[in-house]
Write a protein that binds this ligand. Structure first.
Ligand code: M6R
Length: 606
């Protein structure tokens, strides 16, 4: 949440910052601002609205030449969306940008007010700037050390001190910050997508350590000023991966990247037809010992867990519970040394998922995370990591990250079954072959775009709808529903098809369409009866089935038929259909698919 960038070096800093903010805009787009060093001191320009708005304002209002500055794109938490609440915030000699929430800001504000110091905005961030300015003793490191003691909550700060032009000081707790150096200068950002134009080598700033950026160097220090050497990481993808590449939206591009993402995630983990985690450094001991598995995540990542539960339980007969991370942490969960916690997260920074991980570790669980972003907090704090290799996911709506998360959980389930000796080699090989086949199935489904674009018009006037399914199709319905809601703003609910008649079917009318998934043969007949129930109450129906089933034409308005897939792997195909439905429904309504209202990509606040 919130995008942060800082640059000092030889380049035009305004350009670096504005371009960086454009790349980071998916992290929050309520407002944007930059502050930069000029001969006359630090100048700030900030505006509510999108980065383009800021861009135009900067062009109109500033001819300044500058090589050092900070920039921010905001997802509002404390204080409404306004120019004044936008970042950067200045107090005295301190100008800063912030990603996170200062939890004790009211207490700190009260203290400042006893000294006659009043904020002009409604933000926790301005209070942080005022606190740092209040503590400022002419030495940025000492000052930040003292501030780190009094500020509570999550923060990633980039701070400029008026007395130190050309230098940027950064510290974080929870919120991400990555930095790198190139011939043209030093750059820091909340996400590697903003660094990649300048360098592919970067480091994650460790928590409670200070990075000092000067034009030719980044010095990392502990709070006492001792120099440290953080581990360097390398980005394997290219700048093109973080651009739209001719697609109208990142979401559409990312839907299309799924075959490659699946290939990159699955193939390196298959040796002689068997699942192999050797290069991930995960030995079977992790799985032999556990007698209880918990999968925790948020939103789409949690939905991937719902599908994964099914496969794991079927193969190893160990109970798996799938937990919403924000609930898990406050539920006094039953976790012990025999528990394996699997966290799933694209960003690896989701605050609730990270908190769930920390709690489970405290209680003695072993932890494995399935994460897309290298070096992210969840990856670093887990005992073991399986990286999904989806490349950067920029659209707020998660697509390719979901299918590769499924791939990783399936591979984990297969490996668990081997470790627990519940499966023969031949059976595992068959499962792995099915998993690999999903790549070509997804390729085929990507060609359904025109058909689904037409079908999606059926939702043009819909205000409410239901996704229904049984078993794996119910897990998929949850994902279909969130995708549609977040980008098309059509209210929808995912329902276990058999549960509708216990109350919810009263909501079905001829204005409430149903998207029905019927890909699971063992419950197919039951599912079709449920479709008939909604049909006879007037619902328009889009029916998604596996290949080889013929349905009565009267049962649905449209049938979308997957290529023949093993039922257990149908979620990979059905997911793409549901992504397309959400995408085209949103496009048809003229909405900004990549930046849906009120949302941001990486949720680093609780
Ligand atoms: O980065 P994470 O995978 O931890 O994010 C979790 C959710 O915030 C995310 O999946 C969200 O639900 C998506 N925007 C849904 O498309």
């Amino acid at each position: 949440m919130c995008g942060i960038i800082g640059f000092t070096g030889k380049l035009d800093a305004k350009e670096v910052l504005l371009e960086g903010l454009k790349t980071l805009e998916y992290r929050g787009y309520d407002s944007a601002g930059i502050a930069f060093v000029t001969d006359g001191g630090i100048k700030t320009i900030k505006r509510k609205g999108k980065v383009d708005n800021l861009y135009n304002t900067v062009k109109e209002e500033s001819n300044d030449v500058t090589t050092c500055g900070i920039g921010h794109t905001r997802w509002a938490t404390h204080g409404g969306v306004s120019d004044i609440n936008s970042h950067p915030h200045t107090a005295g000699k301190v100008t800063l940008i912030h990603n996170g929430i200062i939890e004790n800001y009211q207490e700190l504000q009260a203290e400042l007010e006893t000294k006659g110091k009043k904020p002009i905005s409604q933000t926790d961030t301005e209070i942080a700037a005022m606190v740092i300015n209040d503590l400022y003793d002419g030495n940025p490191i000492n000052t930040i050390k003292k501030a780190d003691e009094v500020l509570h909550g999550a923060y990633g700060f980039c701070i400029m001190f008026e007395d130190f032009p050309g230098e940027i000081y950064c510290i974080r707790n929870g919120s991400p910050l990555v930095a790198g150096i190139c011939d043209d200068g030093a750059v820091i950002a909340s996400d590697v997508v903003a660094l990649i134009k300048y360098t592919k080598d970067y480091f994650v700033l460790p928590e409670h350590q200070i990075a000092k950026l000067t034009p030719d160097k980044i010095t990392v220090m502990d709070l006492d000023g001792n120099e440290l050497c953080p581990e360097m990481l390398h980005v394997s993808w290219d700048i093109a991966a973080a651009r739209k590449g001719g697609y109208d939206y990142f979401m559409l591009k990312e839907i299309h990247e799924q075959p490659e993402a699946l290939r990159n995630t699955i193939l390196p983990r298959v040796k002689n037809g068997m699942p192999d985690f050797t290069t991930d450094g995960i030995s079977d001991d992790l799985f032999t010992d556990c007698n209880r598995i918990i999968i925790a995540g948020c939103g789409t990542a949690m939905h991937a867990g719902l599908v994964g539960k099914n496969m794991i339980e079927k193969l190893i007969r160990v109970p798996v519970s799938v937990e919403i991370a924000s609930e898990f942490r406050y539920a006094d969960p039953i976790v012990d040394e025999k528990t394996l916690l699997i966290t799933i997260s694209q960003s690896g920074e989701t605050a609730d998922t990270l908190a769930a991980l920390r709690l489970a570790k405290e209680k003695g669980a072993k932890t494995l995370s399935i994460v897309n972003v290298k070096g992210s907090s969840i990856a670093r704090e887990s005992d073991y990591v399986l990286y999904t290799h989806a490349g950067p996911e920029i659209a707020v709506a998660s697509t390719k990250a979901y299918t590769v998360q499924l791939a990783c959980i399936y591979l984990t389930a297969f490996r668990m079954a081997i470790a627990k000796k519940c499966i023969s080699d031949a059976e595992v090989k068959e499962l792995v072959a099915c998993l690999m086949k999903t790549i070509e199935d997804v390729e085929k489904i990507l060609k359904y775009d025109k058909q689904i674009e037409t079908i999606a018009h059926m939702l043009d006037k819909a205000e409410d709808l239901f996704f229904i399914g049984r078993g794996l199709d119910y897990a998929l319905s949850c994902e279909g529903s969130i995708k549609l809601k977040e980008i098309s703003y059509i209210h929808s609910e995912a329902y276990a098809a058999g549960e509708l008649k216990h109350g919810t079917i009263s909501l079905i009318t001829d204005n409430v369409p149903c998207i029905a998934l019927a890909t699971q043969e063992h419950v197919y007949a039951k599912m079709i009866s449920n479709v008939q129930e909604v049909r006879s109450r007037g619902a328009g129906v889009i029916l998604i089935t596996n290949a080889g089933v013929t349905v009565d034409a009267a049962l649905c308005d449209h049938q979308i038929i997957l290529p023949k897939m093993d039922d257990r792997f149908a979620p990979f195909g059905a997911a793409v259909v549901l992504q397309y439905i959400a995408y085209y429904a949103a496009v048809s309504r003229g909405l900004n698919v990549d930046q849906p209202r009120n949302l941001a990509k990486s949720v680093t606040v609780e």
